[in-house]
Design a protein around this ligand. Structure first.
Ligand code: SF4
Ligand code: SF4
Length: 384
């Protein structure tokens, strides 16, 4: 097969080297492509610089000519994960339909490319950028004003692995891929079935950047089954560095190196933000436009929403006797007959009715644990 490569950096180099040492596949061009982003210089999306032994295709029209002449049969995209949806749509819009991608985790030296690494995209479906899912609803670290209300949950409450499998399968019918899947909570490591969730997510979405989002405090050297699943599935630990986590970062780093599990740690989280408006008189559009959670599409029991709020607010309502209700269109059933992936993308990229219960501005406060939460911990704006 004759292929053109599209991408840049270490992943492109690794891909080119693999192809050079593989029979039956040949690189006929590497694409130069720059996006006019208004900066004057443009944003490099694909760069043939440094690969003089291959012809460069200067821009998508040149790449299309190569296809029209029958000199290439497919494009292999090897670029950073956040760009893959955009780049594949860009190549499709040039009339090139045979596209496969190399997942970005192959950039890591832990993972060698082989013939199963290349993923053909199904260009009849879109890619969903992001989804998050609760592996556990409760948490060991009761942060004041936890945005997912985990510090209000006193009993163990877990996501259901079989239900998750069904939902992942359904999403794979609607989308050719998912950019990022965050397995979180609450503290996901509290769920003894976490390795199963890791295997399930990876089996349906080989392209995804999958992360176990943890406060790090419960990760132990003895979690061998979990490390094995994460290593085999190329899944990251994404540790949020709250003040109590600081002291265990070096231990986590040692464990993850020994277990060959990828680890990222956030900068220290010293502040939380509160934005709840119990009066419900905010402008949904204004609150949504300024909201840092507006891209955090949340999945629970076959339903998705723009953020977790419509599906978790009952935890707050039940604890404090409130009655904050989402609108009927705030939550979308992924099993609705006739629904398409593009409908779900459109519905999760717009303000929800429940956004009127958030102030556009957040009230920041110093991170602290809270064993006796108060309703006002979540309230933002001038009223607090
Ligand atoms: S560690 Fe995260 S999930 Fe747990 S209480 Fe704190 S903010 Fe919530
Ligand atoms: S309800 Fe709307 S404004 Fe509030 S956190 Fe979710 S997306 Fe943001």
């Amino acid at each position: 097969m004759k292929v053109a490569l599209y991408g840049y950096g270490k992943l492109l180099t690794k891909t080119a080297k693999y192809i050079e040492n593989t029979d039956g596949i040949e690189i006929v061009a590497i694409v130069n492509d720059v996006l006019n982003d208004g900066s004057g210089q443009g944003m490099i999306l694909s760069d043939a610089g440094g690969y003089e032994k291959y012809p460069g295709a200067d821009g998508l029209p040149a790449l299309k000519n190569i296809f029209d002449e029958g000199a290439a049969e497919a494009v292999i995209v090897a670029c950073e994960n956040e760009l893959i949806s955009f780049v594949t749509r860009r190549i499709l819009s040039a009339g090139i339909y045979d596209i496969c991608i190399l997942p970005t985790y192959y950039e890591n030296d832990l993972y060698d490319i082989d013939d199963k690494s290349f993923i053909w995209i199904d260009n009849t479906k879109p890619r969903l950028d992001y989804i998050e899912y609760h592996i556990s609803f409760h948490c060991n670290l009761n942060c004041k004003g936890c945005s997912h209300f985990s510090n209000l949950i006193k009993e163990a409450r877990f996501g259901n692995a079989e239900r998750f499998r069904k939902d992942m399968e359904r999403l794979s019918e609607l989308f050719w891929g998912i950019g990022k899947i965050r397995l979180m909570g609450g503290e996901p490591v509290l769920n003894p079935e976490l390795p199963q969730f890791v295997y399930i997510a990876r089996s349906y979405f080989p392209d995804a950047d999958i992360r176990v989002v943890s406060n790090g405090l419960m990760i132990r050297e003895t979690d061998t089954e979990l490390f094995k699943a994460m290593r085999e599935c190329a899944v990251y630990f994404d540790v949020s560095m709250y003040p109590p986590t600081k002291g265990c970062i070096s231990r986590l780093d040692d464990i993850c190196k020994k277990e060959q599990v990828m680890l990222t740690v956030t900068p220290e989280v010293g502040e939380f933000g509160a934005s709840l408006n119990p009066k419900g008189d905010s402008s949904p559009a204004e609150s949504y436009d300024k909201c840092p959670a507006r891209h955090c599409v949340y999945l629970q029991d076959g339903k998705v929403s723009t953020c977790a709020m419509p599906q978790l607010i009952d935890i707050y309502n039940d604890h404090f006797g409130c009655n904050i209700k989402p609108g009927t269109s705030d939550v979308t059933d992924i099993y609705d007959p006739g629904i398409k992936g593009i409908d779900i993308i459109e519905r999760t990229k717009r303000p929800m009715e429940i956004c009127r219960y958030c102030y556009p501005e957040r009230r920041n406060f110093k991170w602290q644990p809270s064993l006796s939460p108060e309703a006002s911990d979540w309230v933002g704006g001038e009223s607090n």
